[in-house]
Design a protein. Structure first.
Ligand SMILES: Cc1cc2nc3c(=O)[nH]c(=O)nc-3n(C[C@H](O)[C@H](O)[C@H](O)COP(=O)(O)O)c2cc1C
Length: 338
C-alpha cells in the first residue's frame, strides 16, 4: 500500500542517539527521490556507521528499461538525497561504489548491492558542504508534466547545473536553440508512437498505474483512453509530449562515456542535484525517457547533439511552470529497510 510522501520534520533528527539511528532517519529523505514510473527500485541496510544501498531488480521495468539503466539512475537519485541529507545533519558522507563481500540481506535475492555510504560522525571536513537550499528542496521537488512558460532560464543558473555535471566521464548538454528543440520534439513524437504501439509497454505502464505509484495523475486519465485505440493514444501522446518539449526553454541531456553501474549511479546523483537546485530556483523539471528507450531514436539523438565519445543516458526538460498538482506516493520506510 503506497504511503503519502512527506519529508520528516528536521527537529525529529535523533541527534543524541546512535549513528545507526541517525542513518535510518536519513533514509526517509532518500526515498523521496524521483524514479522511473515511480517504481522506487531501492532498498537500504543500515549498519553502525554506513548505509548499504541496493538496486531492487524485481522493480525493473522489463519492457521500457530492459538493461536497468533507468533503474540505476533512480537509485542514484536516492543516493544523492542521502548524501545531501547527511551533510545537512553534520555527518560527512563518503560514497563507495560497487558491491561488498557481504551476502544479500535475507529474502533479498533480487537486491543488488551497488553502493555504500559511510557516515563520519566526527563532522564535516568539507568547508561549505551543507547546502541547505538543496536539502530544503528534497521535500518540495516534484516532476512537473505541465507545459512550461516561454521564459528563459538565467545563464548563471545553467552554469551551476553544468558545474554539477563537470565530473569524470559525464557530460550535460543544455539545448536552448529552438530549431534543435523542435528536432528533439519530433523524435519525442516518434518515440511515443513507437512505445505506445507496443502492447507490452502499455501493459507495463498500466501495471505501475494500477499499483497507485503514479498517483491520480494526468497520466492515469490519459491512459484510460487506451481502451479506445492504442494507435490513437500513441499519436496523441506524441503530439502532446512534443508540445511539452517545444514549450521548454531548456532540454537537458546527461551523457556518459560508459554505462557501468557506478557511472549510472553518478548520473542519477547529478540529475537529482540539478533537480534539487532547479526546485530551489523555482524551476520545474520533467524527465522524458521514451527517446532513450528505443535504440534507433537514441542513436538519432546522439547524432543530433553532435556527440562523438558520449552517449545520451537521461533527458529532461527544465523551465518555469505552474506547480504540478500530482503528489506521488512512496513505499513505507519498513518496505525498503533490510
Ligand atoms: C530515470 C527516470 C526516468 C523518468 N522518466 C519519465 C518519463 O519518461 N516521463 C515522465 O513523465 N516522468 C518520468 N520520470 C519521473 C517519474 O515519473 C517521477 O519521478 C515519479 O513518478 C515520482 O514522482 P515525483 O518525481 O513527482 O516525486 C522519470 C524519473 C526518473 C528518475
Amino acid at each position: 500500500m503506497p504511503a503519502p510522501r512527506a519529508p520528516p520534520d528536521t527537529t525529529s533528527f535523533p541527534a543524541g542517539e546512535s549513528l545507526e539511528n541517525q542513518a535510518t532517519f536519513l533514509v526517509r529523505y532518500a526515498i523521496l527521490a524521483p524514479s522511473s514510473h515511480n517504481s522506487q527500485p531501492w532498498a537500504f541496510a543500515v549498519t553502525e556507521d554506513s548505509v548499504l544501498v541496493y538496486a531492487d531488480e524485481s522493480r525493473r521495468l522489463d519492457v521500457a528499461d530492459p538493461d536497468g539503466r533507468e533503474l540505476l539512475l533512480s537509485v542514484g537519485c536516492a543516493l544523492e538525497n542521502l548524501v545531501v541529507a547527511a551533510r545537512r545533519f553534520g555527518l560527512e558522507p563518503t560514497v563507495e561504489y560497487g558491491a561488498s563481500e557481504e551476502s544479500p540481506p535475507s529474502g533479498g535475492d533480487h537486491l543488488r548491492h551497488v553502493a555504500t555510504v559511510r557516515l563520519d560522525s566526527a563532522g564535516l571536513t568539507d568547508e561549505g558542504a551543507v547546502q541547505t537550499e538543496l536539502f530544503d528542496a528534497i521535500g518540495n521537488r516534484r516532476t512537473n508534466h505541465r507545459p512550461f512558460e516561454d521564459r528563459p532560464v538565467a545563464e548563471s543558473v545553467l552554469a551551476r547545473f553544468e558545474e554539477y555535471a563537470a565530473t569524470d566521464g559525464l557530460g550535460l548538454e543544455l539545448v536552448t536553440d529552438p530549431t534543435q528543440r523542435r528536432e528533439i520534439a519530433t523524435l519525442q513524437t516518434r518515440a511515443d508512437e513507437h512505445q505506445f504501439d507496443d502492447p507490452a509497454y502499455r501493459r507495463e505502464l498500466g501495471h505501475w498505474i494500477g499499483t497507485g505509484a503514479l498517483g491520480a495523475s494526468w497520466l492515469t486519465a490519459r491512459i484510460g483512453q487506451l481502451a479506445v485505440s492504442h494507435l490513437d493514444i500513441g499519436e496523441r501522446e506524441g503530439r502532446k509530449n512534443s508540445k511539452l518539449v517545444t514549450s521548454a526553454p531548456v532540454v537537458a541531456v546527461l551523457t556518459t562515456e560508459s554505462e557501468d553501474v557506478p557511472t549510472l549511479l553518478r548520473v542519477g546523483q547529478v540529475f537529482e542535484r540539478v533537480a534539487l537546485a532547479a526546485t530551489s530556483e523555482g524551476l520545474a523539471v520533467h524527465p522524458m525517457s521514451q527517446i532513450l528507450e528505443v535504440d534507433e531514436f537514441r542513436t538519432e539523438l546522439t547524432a543530433l547533439l553532435g556527440l562523438e565519445d558520449q552517449t545520451p543516458v537521461h533527458l529532461f526538460r527544465i523551465g518555469y511552470a505552474e506547480p504540478g498538482s500530482t503528489r506521488t506516493p512512496r513505499r513505507p520506510l519498513e518496505d525498503v529497510l533490510r
